[in-house]
Design a protein around this ligand. Structure first.
Ligand code: ADP
Ligand code: UDP
Length: 236
């Protein structure tokens, strides 16, 4: 396969392929936090996030969610449909944590009486500020129809992932999704991994996600391994 790098991001590299409709995603071990101020690596993260994301995309397929994932290509690479990424990140929250806990003055770990959906402007220079439907319309970031599709898909994905993860004794606290347009259709893109979700052990409430890196809690690689193990049974 001919591959040309087209983009290097903080966690992944994107390559073109022989097929103009498809991209190759390469998952790196690099980790960043605090809008890129904190940098490091997490051993084997790329391999684990590639497999974990593939697992979740396959699970979502079974529930009729349209997404970009086609197939795994190697330990660190997956083939995806090429998307025109909408510059709006969608965050879904079941339990207070992170920036929401700060913003509303709640301690972490309180169940939200209703699921909360938040929208962020995907712009590194601005530090991904939170925006609403009016900003999206004013800036022309996405159509009302696309925003509606993203929100409905995000809520459905939340139901599917939350229910599945509970069978693995994992609580889905919150997560971030990215969507893009492919042949006129809104598809789920990017990744679903401990980099982009908060996962807590449902019994011990132990954090099994990137918060271990963000907050210097130790055992970062172990946490990602544990998620991979609980989902796929695979030991790394
Ligand atoms: P960042 O750009 O935030 O540093 P990554 O390192 O994860 O993030 O880079 C992956 C980039 O590829 C992101 O900008 C993401 O929006 C984009 N992307 C994800 N899936 C697709 C896709 N199917 N088609 C095109 N771009 C995609
Ligand atoms: N998130 C993400 N990328 C971002 C910002 C947030 O994947 O650029 C995820 C994060 O992992 C968490 C959820 O979105 O699962 C909500 O994050 P929050 O707003 O609390 O941000 P934080 O304080 O963690 O930066």
């Amino acid at each position: 396969m001919m591959k040309q790098p087209i983009y290097e991001g903080k966690a992944k590299m994107m390559y073109t392929t022989d097929n103009a409709d498809e991209l190759l995603v390469y998952y790196k071990d690099d980790a960043t936090a605090l809008n890129g101020l904190k940098k490091g690596t997490i051993g084997n993260k790329g391999t684990m996030n590639n497999k974990i994301s593939a697992f979740f995309f396959n699970l979502l397929s079974q529930h009729g969610i349209a997404h970009h994932f086609i197939r795994l290509v190697s330990d660190r690479e997956m083939l995806v449909k090429s998307l025109e990424i909408l510059p709006v990140e969608v965050v879904v929250r079941n339990i207070s944590a992170g920036s929401l806990a700060k913003r509303i003055g709640w301690e972490e770990g309180r169940k939200m009486p209703q699921t909360v959906v938040e929208l962020y402007y995907k712009d590194d220079d601005l530090g991904d500020p939170m925006i609403n439907h009016y900003h999206i319309r004013a800036l022309g970031l996405a159509t009302d129809e696309q925003v509606h599709a993203m929100e409905e898909m995000a809520l459905k994905i939340n139901e599917i992932l939350s229910a599945y993860l509970l069978t693995k004794k994992i609580e889905l606290i919150d997560f971030k999704l990215e969507f893009g347009v492919h042949k006129g259709q809104v598809l789920l893109g990017d990744e679903i991994s401990p980099d982009t979700c908060r996962f807590w052990d449902s019994e011990t409430k132990q954090k099994l996600d990137k918060d271990r890196f963000r907050r210097d809690l130790g055992d970062v690689e172990e946490a990602y391994k544990e998620i991979l193990r609980r989902l796929t049974g695979e030991e790394l």
